[in-house]
Write a protein that binds this ligand. Structure first.
Ligand code: HEC
Length: 170
């Protein structure tokens, strides 16, 4: 079971790396199979949201902004070639990703296996810093800032990922 799924994962990561080279940042995580599809960030859970806000302020706000507004000119690469931190509010592309992908990006950082070898990014991996529960809480807080129509659209992205995973038998 595990062996098969790590093989699948290894293959997927290879394909993903190629795709990313061809298509630019932003889409690849949709193809990375999930370990944690059962988890979800819940913006309706007030306890999670309040807990998540303290984590956001301590660990994310310095780059993603106290109001989730991101860094100035976040669409343009900096002189060092790296991208600034994008907003996490509805003006950014955070909500273009399923919960599970946001979790992985936050835990593993924007680097392999979620980005191709050699991709350089300032987004740290929080895996060694925050627990899974803290990461889900911070995502709950971020989602609580989205208006309803954005939450609905992101929920459709979650649903599409669930269906792809169900098809693969993941
Ligand atoms: C040191 C600065 C920094 C900190 C601190 C930081 N980030 Fe980031 N984050 C970035 C940058 C830069 C990017 C864009 C990376 C890229 O695309 O190359 C990013 C991207 C992301 C993305 C992907 C968004 C997308 O739409 O592609 C997520 C999710 C994310 N960060 C979550 C978090 C969370 C959650 C925290 C706090 C626990 C956090 N970040 C803290 C700099 C930071």
């Amino acid at each position: 079971m595990r062996t098969t799924s790590s093989k699948v994962r290894a293959t997927a990561v290879g394909i993903v790396s190629l795709l990313l080279l061809a298509s630019g940042v932003g889409l690849w995580t949709q193809f990375v199979p999930s370990e944690s599809a059962q988890h979800r960030a819940d913006p309706e859970d007030q306890k999670q949201v309040t807990f998540g806000e303290t984590i956001y302020r301590a660990h994310c706000a310095a780059c993603h902004g106290p109001r989730l507004e991101g860094q100035p000119n976040w669409r343009e690469r900096k002189p060092d070639g790296k991208l600034p931190a994008p907003p996490h509010d509805e003006t950014g592309h955070t909500w273009h990703h399923a919960d599970d992908q946001l979790f992985r990006l936050s835990k593993l950082g924007v680097k392999p296996p979620l980005a191709p070898k050699g991709y350089e990014s300032d987004m740290p991996a929080f895996g060694g810093v925050l627990t899974d529960q803290q990461i889900w809480a911070v995502l709950s807080f971020i989602k609580s800032k989205w208006p309803d129509h954005i939450r609905d659209r992101q929920e459709r992205i979650n649903e599409a990922l669930r269906q792809r995973q169900a098809k693969k038998g993941d």
